[in-house]
Design a protein around this ligand. Structure first.
Ligand SMILES: Cc1cc2nc3c(=O)[nH]c(=O)nc-3n(C[C@H](O)[C@H](O)[C@H](O)COP(=O)(O)OP(=O)(O)OC[C@H]3O[C@@H](n4cnc5c(N)ncnc54)[C@H](O)[C@@H]3O)c2cc1C
Length: 397
C-alpha cells in the first residue's frame, strides 16, 4: 500500500511527488509516456518567479534563453510590454529535472503505464484506492490527479467537471533560418532582438494569439485557438517570410481555457495542474499554476499523512480558492482581451507603444477616447483587462 499514487509525471505530478517523498512517505508516480517530458507540448516560456517561488533554481541544463518579459503586439504593429524576468526553457529537460528530484527523494516512477481507472475501497485497511493500470493494480491511501488537460481522474473521483480546451500548435525553426528570413519590421522598427516573448493578438487569431519565442539556437512560433490552426500558422509564417516547410519540429496539444474545477479535493483524491483547469486566461500558460498547485497539494498531503488525518487534505481546496491562480477578477476579465476589436487593440497600442501596460495615463486615454467615441463602450473592458493583467503579469507564466 503506497501512501500516495500520483497519476501523471508532468511538472505537476513530479512536483507533488517530490514534496511528499521528501517527507519520507511512499509515493508511486505513473505515466503512460515512454519518457518524461517527451513529446514536448509547450511554447516553453516560464517566469523566473514561477521557478523560484516553487523551490526550484534556474538551471543551465534547461534554461535556453533569458527574456525580459512579454510584448503584446497589436494589429497595427505597436506593442505593449509586460515586463518581468523569465526564460525560454527546454521543457523536456525541465520535466525530467523535477521527476529526478522526486525520484532522488524516494518516489517510484513507472513509465509506459496507463492508468485505466481508480476504485474507492473501505475495509479494515481504512479508506484507500485501487489504481488499475495497463500493467497491473496498485493500492494507495491518497491519489493525486496530475493527468493534464484530458484529465479523467477527476471524473473517476466523482467530480463533475468537463475541461473546456483550446488547441496549441507550434513549429520549431532554426534561429539562423529565422533571423535571415523573417520580416519582423513593425512601424518601421525591427523588433527581432532575442530578448522578448512576443504575443501577436488580432481578431484573425480568434480566442488565441500567435507567439514568437526566441530560444538561443531556435525559435518557437505557434498559435492557440479553437481550430483551423495549421492554416493560420502557415499563413502567418509565409507572411513573415518563413517557409513552414522549413520547420524542424511540430508540437501540439490541448490547453484548458480557464474553467476551474469545482472541487479540488474529494474523498482523498486531489486534482492539480492542467487536470484542474489551471491555466491563465490571458496567456494560457499553465506551468506556473501546475507547480504551485502541486506543491500545495504535496505539502498538505504530507501533513495529512503525518497526522493520520484525511481532513487536513481538504485544506488544499481552500488554498487553491484563495490563491491568485483562481482569482475571480483574473478568471472573468482575462478572457476579455479576446473580445477586443482590432480597432480597440490598436488604440491601446497607440497609447502605450513600447511602454509597460501599467503606465497607461488615464487622463491622456480619456482625452484621446473623446475623439474616438466609437471606442467609448470599450472603456470598462480596458480597465478590467488591466486589472487581470496586474495578476497575470506575476502569476500567468
Ligand atoms: C502548444 C502548447 C504551448 C504551451 N505553452 C506554454 C508556455 O509557453 N508556458 C506555460 O506556462 N504553459 C504552456 N502551455 C501549457 C503547459 O504545457 C501546461 O499547463 C503544463 O504542461 C501543465 O502541466 P501538468 O503537469 O498539469 O500536465 P501535463 O504536462 O500535461 O502532464 C500530464 C501527464 O499525465 C500523463 N497522463 C495523462 N493521462 C494518463 C493516464 N491515464 N495514465 C498515465 N499517465 C497519464 C501524460 O502522459 C503527461 O505526462 C502550453 C501548452 C501547449 C499545448
Amino acid at each position: 500500500m503506497y501512501d500516495v499514487a500520483v497519476i501523471g509525471a508532468g511538472p505537476a505530478g513530479s512536483m507533488a511527488a517530490w514534496k511528499i517523498a521528501e517527507k519520507g512517505h511512499q509515493v508511486l508516480i505513473l505515466d503512460r509516456r515512454k519518457q518524461v517530458g517527451h513529446p514536448i507540448q509547450c511554447g516553453e516560456g516560464l517566469s523566473r518567479y514561477a521557478i523560484e517561488s516553487n523551490g526550484l533554481k534556474p538551471d543551465a541544463s534547461w534554461i535556453k534563453q533569458e527574456t525580459k518579459g512579454a510584448r503584446i503586439i497589436v494589429p497595427n504593429g505597436k506593442h505593449v510590454l509586460v515586463k518581468g524576468e523569465g526564460y525560454s526553457i527546454d521543457r523536456g529537460i525541465f520535466d525530467r529535472h523535477i521527476a529526478k528530484l522526486a525520484r532522488d527523494a524516494g518516489a517510484e516512477l513507472r513509465l509506459e503505464t496507463r492508468v485505466t481507472g481508480i476504485e474507492k475501497n473501505e475495509d479494515n485497511k481504512g479508506l484507500y484506492y485501487v489504481i488499475r493500470t495497463s500493467k497491473g493494480d496498485h493500492e494507495a491511501r491518497y491519489v493525486i490527479g496530475a493527468d493534464g488537460p484530458h484529465s479523467i481522474v477527476a471524473k473517476w473521483a466523482g467530480i463533475a467537471f468537463e475541461i473546456e480546451n483550446v488547441v496549441g500548435y507550434q513549429y520549431k525553426f532554426d534561429a539562423g533560418y529565422v533571423e535571415e528570413n523573417i520580416h519582423y519590421d513593425f512601424q518601421g522598427r525591427n523588433l527581432l532582438d532575442g530578448e522578448w516573448l512576443d504575443f501577436h493578438y488580432a481578431s484573425r487569431f480568434p480566442d488565441g494569439y500567435v507567439w514568437v519565442f526566441p530560444r538561443g539556437n531556435e525559435y518557437n512560433i505557434g498559435i492557440c485557438g479553437p481550430g483551423g490552426l495549421k492554416e493560420r500558422l502557415d499563413a502567418y509564417c509565409r507572411e513573415m517570410g518563413l517557409n513552414p516547410e522549413k520547420k524542424m519540429e511540430i508540437n501540439a496539444g490541448q490547453i484548458p481555457r480557464g474553467t476551474i474545477i469545482p472541487e479540488f479535493v474529494r474523498d482523498n483524491v486531489l486534482i492539480v495542474g492542467d487536470a484542474a483547469g489551471l491555466t491563465n486566461p490571458i496567456t494560457k500558460g499553465g506551468i506556473h499554476a501546475a507547480l504551485f498547485s502541486a506543491r500545495q497539494a504535496g505539502l498538505v498531503l504530507s501533513e495529512a499523512l503525518e497526522e493520520n488525518d484525511p481532513e487536513i487534505a481538504k485544506r488544499y481546496d481552500h488554498i487553491m480558492r484563495d490563491s491568485p491562480f483562481t482569482d475571480p477578477v483574473m478568471m472573468k476579465y482575462g478572457k476579455l482581451i479576446y473580445s477586443l476589436t482590432d480597432e480597440a487593440a490598436n488604440f491601446i497600442g497607440d497609447l502605450l507603444d513600447g511602454r509597460n501596460y501599467n503606465e497607461l495615463s488615464c487622463p491622456v486615454a480619456a482625452v484621446k477616447l473623446l475623439k474616438r467615441p466609437k471606442l467609448l463602450p470599450f472603456i470598462p473592458r480596458f480597465l478590467r483587462i488591466i486589472k487581470a493583467l496586474n495578476i497575470s503579469s506575476k502569476y500567468g507564466w
